[in-house]
Design a protein around this ligand. Structure first.
Ligand SMILES: *Cc1c(COP(=O)(O)O)cnc(C)c1O
Length: 224
């Protein structure tokens, strides 16, 4: 077995174990394979092993891989920072966008989503660690924003994404996810069913606190 397929199996086991440990329903956590900087050939190998959801951070890089992999039935997720001159390509070529960090970006994605495609699934990126450098909305802005974004016709608000500041204890890793999960539940919007929480280093904490999509690069493809 290749290293990659071994890692994929280990990761599925780790996710299943966390679902059991933290009393989450079986298969409630989806693995998003973060393939940024990795070649199309590795994505093809992952696809052959059953992986269907892939996350990319850079538009140009993603488009060339999408071209190479046109024959594959892949669900593409955009997870990187969004510059306004890239919204058109993102609206056309992705199924999901996790990193919507302004109302302006949400409006552009809705306007630029081609009419023949289903609405673009989006998550609002929430800055839960209060770091000045990280993009995203603040928790207190969330309620008003969800109201505004929900009215946009060609995007579908599915939930939230967060990238907390790295911290090493499990309890510290849980805390920001817990706060964001509770804030979303308080909005009482059943269509917001997606919690894009957790990367290679805080996967278990994210699952403990309600992640429905974990975004995994390093633990799956190795170091970048
Ligand atoms: C790169 C990246 C990941 C994957 O991180 P790993 O630590 O390699 O698992 C997840 N989410 C976002 C937004 C990323 O940019």
């Amino acid at each position: 077995m290749t290293t990659f397929i071994n890692r994929l199996k280990q990761l599925h086991t780790r996710i299943q174990t966390a679902e059991i440990t933290y009393h989450r329903p079986a298969n409630s956590v989806q693995l998003l394979a973060v393939s940024k900087t990795k070649p199309a050939a590795i994505i093809a190998e992952a696809y052959q092993a059953g992986q269907r959801h892939f996350g990319e951070n850079y538009v140009q890089e993603a488009l060339s891989k999408q071209q190479a992999l046109g024959a594959f039935d892949i669900t593409w997720h955009f997870i990187g920072p969004i510059q306004s001159n890239k919204t058109k390509a993102i609206a056309r070529h992705f199924d999901w966008v996790h990193s919507v960090d302004s109302l302006k970006t949400a409006r552009r994605l809705s306007e630029q989503r081609p009419a023949h495609l289903t609405p673009l699934n989006i998550c609002l990126q929430v800055n839960i660690s209060d770091e000045a450098s990280k993009s995203g909305f603040r928790l207190h802005e969330l309620a008003a924003l969800c109201e505004q974004v929900s009215t946009l016709p060609n995007i579908k608000l599915r939930g939230v994404m967060a990238i907390p500041a790295p911290c090493h204890s499990f309890e510290q890793q849980c805390q920001p996810y817990k706060a964001l999960y509770q804030a979303v539940k308080m909005l009482n919007k059943p269509e917001m069913d997606t919690f894009s929480f957790g990367m290679s280093d805080d996967l278990d904490a994210a699952i403990a606190e309600g992640a429905t999509i974990v975004r995994i690069g390093t633990a799956l493809f190795g170091a970048r």
